[in-house]
Design a protein around this ligand. Structure first.
Ligand code: OGA
Ligand code: MN
Length: 334
């Protein structure tokens, strides 16, 4: 007997515009109506010295949630400062799509630097801006074969590795190694259909997923599509962690929604001292001030315009097993 694809039924329900889907069953973690589905807990760790420089609030201020029906799934509800959100949004647009990283555009046009190519003589090329759907860093995800390989990789940026490390440690994952990243760029009509992430050799390591910009309805079900998925609202700054039982569960994004607030645009009136402490990570120290000033002034406007109608998702994975140093000799099961 053919199994019923409950996942697809719910996916279509949230994707549709007519009738407009109800938000009644979409879990917003802080909403007390969902208190029976969500558990909030405090972190036991004392703060990590790196939080401030990575644009994160102190850990004592983080709100971490788990879900009754999805063991191993965590949501850290926007632990970023406003400037922190700007820093990561900017990285995803200005730095990460640059060569030698890969993007979906590579198959069509050979561009060294997509963001720069989007602005020629001060005018914006909206078609090119809209074209970017993904960037891969570290071991490049091969979208056709779904197989990672040793000779197909670029460096994982240090700040991204550090960010993931801080988040992993906060949840007690002390051996997590970030080795592959997909940055997804969504527009208001984009969707991501049901899938599991199983290309990694190591399927025990958790997967970290960061959201910035507009909001998304995220669906997570079970290990087959007959399980009715849960709908969760992901908002700018949220970090979703898929570990243990939920690591191999079907998930999808059927809908991008306009955010009810813009935490990346909140009033930025930090002192220069605070800014410099927060952003030691921006490449070289001499770039520090200029970078942050840029993110508080006009320079920020292009990025602000982009996220006004887009969502960015950074998905970080460990590829190798604890005992492996490389993929040499690894035979993949399909
Ligand atoms: C992925 C993914 C989810 C998201 O890239 O594999 O599931 O929230 N992304 O965009
Ligand atoms: Mn996924």
């Amino acid at each position: 007997m053919k199994e019923i694809d409950e996942f697809l039924t719910i996916f279509k329900y949230y994707k549709a515009n007519k009738p407009k889907p109800s938000s009644q069953n979409v879990i917003t973690v802080e909403d007390e109506r969902h208190y029976d589905k969500v558990i909030r807990f405090a972190l036991k760790q004392s703060d990590d010295a790196r939080t401030q420089r990575l644009g994160l609030k102190k850990m004592e201020k983080w709100h971490v949630y788990t879900f009754q029906s999805h063991p191993g799934l965590y949501l850290i509800r926007n632990p970023f400062t406003s400037l922190g959100q700007r820093y990561w949004i900017r990285k995803c647009l200005e730095d990460y799509p640059r060569k030698p990283n890969r993007t979906n555009i590579d198959n069509e046009i050979n561009l060294e630097d997509w963001w720069q190519a989007c602005y020629v003589d001060g005018a914006s090329d909206q078609t090119l801006i809209k074209k970017l759907r993904w960037t891969t860093l570290g071991y490049h995800h091969n979208w056709d074969t779904k197989v990672y390989s040793e000779d197909n990789q670029s460096a994982l940026p240090r700040e991204l590795a550090e960010l993931t490390d801080v988040v992993a440690l906060s949840l007690g994952y002390s051996t997590f190694k970030p080795q592959a990243t997909i940055v997804n760029y969504y527009h208001m009509k984009s969707t991501l259909s049901a899938h599991t992430d199983h290309s990694e050799v190591n399927l025990e390591a958790p997967l970290f997923s960061f959201s910035f910009g507009q909001s998304a309805i995220f669906l997570i079900g079970g290990q087959d599509k007959s399980v009715t998925p849960t709908a969760i609202l992901l908002q700018s700054g949220d970090i979703m962690v898929m570990s243990k039982e939920s690591r191999l569960c079907y998930h999808a994004v059927p809908k991008i929604l306009l955010a009810s607030s813009s935490p990346w645009n909140e009033e930025v009136n930090h002192s220069l001292g605070e800014i410099s402490a927060s952003f030691k990570y921006i490449n070289q120290p001499e770039e520090l001030y200029s970078n942050m000033i840029k993110n508080t002034g006009d320079e920020w406007n292009r990025f602000k315009d982009y996220v006004k109608e887009s969502r960015i998702n950074i998905n970080v994975r460990q590829v190798l097993n604890e005992s492996q140093n490389s993929l040499a000799g690894v035979v993949f099961n399909s």
